[in-house]
Design a protein around this ligand. Sequence first.
Ligand SMILES: Nc1ncnc2c1ncn2[C@@H]1O[C@H](COP(=O)(O)OP(=O)(O)OP(=O)(O)O)[C@@H](O)[C@H]1O
Length: 265
Amino acid sequence: MSLEVSSLYFSYAKNSRLILDDVSFSVGEGDLLAVLGPNGVGKSTMFRCILGFLPHYQGNIHLNGRNIRTMDHREIAKYIAYIPQSTYPVFNYTVLDVVLMGLTNRVNLLASPNQNHIDEAYAAMKSLGIAHLRDAGYGEISGGERQLALIARALVQKAKILIMDEPTANLDYGNQFRVMCRISDLAREGYSIILSTHNPDHAFLYANRTLMIYGGRVIADGTPEEVLDASLIKDVYGVDVHIEDYQYGSRRHKLCIPIDGGVGK
Ligand SMILES: Nc1ncnc2c1ncn2[C@@H]1O[C@H](COP(=O)(O)OP(=O)(O)OP(=O)(O)O)[C@@H](O)[C@H]1O
């Protein structure tokens, strides 16, 4: 699957400021694109335009060469799964119920799910280490566990493009790595993944592509090593960092180390 966004412009109200200002990028099969940028620069807005929640954008979004405007929500959901930041639920469904909702696109949920559907949902939960929570109330688990349940829901949706809004927000140190490793496994399996993150090291460790958004514009697009240099991070985040080459065994990558606590003393 490929997704191509070209010259995307968006503002929330007529004559109000542009939130997205000429955004273009594309992802193909197996790409893991990390989208970085400070709070409020338009990352979630960009995702919501792609998903069809904000149709009054200008520009073009194509899925496998087809204009996404010609597709309804149900059809888009065959190709794109969205993993929002976890929020507190309105109803206290069980975790299994929430994961089964990923099937809505393929199965009539008004009918009871059959054993195959339950097995599929259970396998997705197991792959993310939350199988033991299947009967727990979605409102009674931690924020991090809710995030994992939303990822499991996206896996059962079987769409090949996954858009994830800060998938590691709320996750503890260990779960951040477990989730990011699982996400990079999915990219290796051929999923195309677009995720927003505030952690440059997650881009270095797991992404093959990085987009830096600032003031609604794409100011850099390339490999994490090409995009994330110390001067860009200083300009965008106001933080002094040193980009360190790191090697452990055969693995070589870069890490972002704040100097003097990052913002000086
Ligand atoms: N429904 C809305 N109506 C008007 N303005 C909005 C709406 N939603 C978001 N905005 C504004 O659009 C801008 C971009 O918000 P957005 O949530 O896309 O940023 P973001 O990069 O995802 O931020 P964060 O990293 O904090 O999640 C912000 O200035 C925000 O206040």
